[in-house]
Design a protein around this ligand. Sequence first.
Ligand code: FES
Length: 112
Amino acid sequence: MLEIARFLGVPESAVFGVSTFYAQFKFSPVGRHILKVCRGTACHVRGAPRILDEAEKQLGIKAGETTEDLEYSLETIACFGSCALAPVMVHDEDVHGRMTPAKVREILGKAK
Ligand code: FES
């Protein structure tokens, strides 16, 4: 961030402010694969907590964490915009709707 601030000629606090505002900027390494579980209202009422529990169990990490081997990062999102498919999980670029804990195991089993 220091180098960026110097390069842009702006205060370090400005770079820090931008980098902490956007979730896309990370301060620690992320996994090669990203698993996102939607926690929006529609997904929540249709079972998202069970989907997140199963993903955490299968990966051995909590939401917001990355596996030690840097294979997976587990994230939650507020609404993916596909509420009709709730509950929704996104594995890298693949969107999976009407998720169940069994489908979480199946998807992660095939990916490993
Ligand atoms: S609440 Fe999950 S996709 Fe909208």
